[in-house]
Ligand binder design. Structure first.
Ligand SMILES: [Cu+2]
Length: 274
């Protein structure tokens, strides 16, 4: 029976390691490489921590396995305790502290670039492209109105009469850093862009800026990563990275649709506006 328990407790860590090793092949891992440069740096930090944790995991499980294996072979040998062993206690206090301190200092520049507004690219900080408001159970997106050349105006904190609205469909241009203002209408949600490695809580009463500079065009997931109520699963939206001209064309179409009075065709309304 002792041998059974020894094998039982060793099976699970070995299974966990095998599972982790085969996960990338079966796509149970990240949804592809990050679409932003800062996302790649976050991945590097993740892997650094993963390697440290894996080394500690293998070390502690091997020690556990050794103790179990020895105990399963001899009934005479008594257990031994290390309680009060100062050298051991100093080692397992100091080593994790040094590792944590190293990680805290090592990741500071990525954290600052990602979260601290004074480190945001000025171009993004100056002109937020949209306000994203999480609510049960959708993402409401407000773009600023367009000027006479069809270009977006400045986004105001308070809604303006010519603002453009859409739901669950966030478009951003490629080739420059852009910023959005994140809000919540009701409870706490979490704005999650897995392909960009961005996850930020939307907190009621707060306006939280987030910036990104996607390097690849495409259609990516935007989901809620905070259990926010019965319809949490419905908060799945799309995040579209497109060329600047396509982005502006999208806003112009949004304006035409919004101005459509239900009778004339949208193009006729656009003509009448001119
Ligand atoms: Cu939510």
């Amino acid at each position: 029976m002792r041998k059974f328990w020894c094998a039982f407790f060793m099976f699970w860590p070995i299974a966990a390691i095998i599972y982790s090793l085969i996960s990338p092949q079966f796509k149970w891992w990240f949804p592809g490489p990050s679409v932003t440069e800062i996302g790649q740096r976050i991945d590097n930090l993740f892997f650094l921590i993963l390697y440290i944790v894996t080394a500690v995991f293998i070390g502690t499980q091997a020690a556990l396995g050794y103790v179990l294996w020895r105990g399963s072979h001899s009934k005479e040998e008594r257990s031994w305790f290390t309680h009060g062993n100062h050298s051991l206690e100093v080692i397992w206090s100091v080593v994790p502290s040094v590792i944590l301190l190293f990680l805290a200092l090592y990741q500071m520049d990525v954290w600052a670039l990602f979260r601290v507004q004074t480190f945001f690219p000025e171009q993004a900080l100056k002109a937020p492209i949209a306000e994203v408001t999480a609510r049960q159970f959708e993402w409401r997106i407000r773009y600023p109105g367009l000027d006479e050349h069809g270009k977006p105006k400045k986004l105001h904190l308070k809604p303006q009469p010519d603002d453009l609205y859409t739901v669950n469909d966030l478009h951003v241009p490629i080739g420059r850093p852009v910023m959005i203002n994140l809000r919540s209408d009701d409870v706490q949600h979490s704005f999650f862009l897995p392909h960009l490695r961005i996850k930020q809580d939307a907190v009621p009463g707060q306006i939280i800026p987030i910036w990104f500079e996607p390097t690849r065009q495409g259609n990516f997931d935007l989901t809620c990563a905070e259990l926010c109520g019965w319809g949490h699963y419905k908060m799945r939206a799309q995040y579209i990275v497109e060329r600047e001209v396509d982005f502006q064309a999208y806003l112009q179409k949004l304006r035409a649709d919004q101005n459509y009075d239900g009778h004339a065709t949208p193009s006729a309304v656009a003509k009448k506006d001119e």
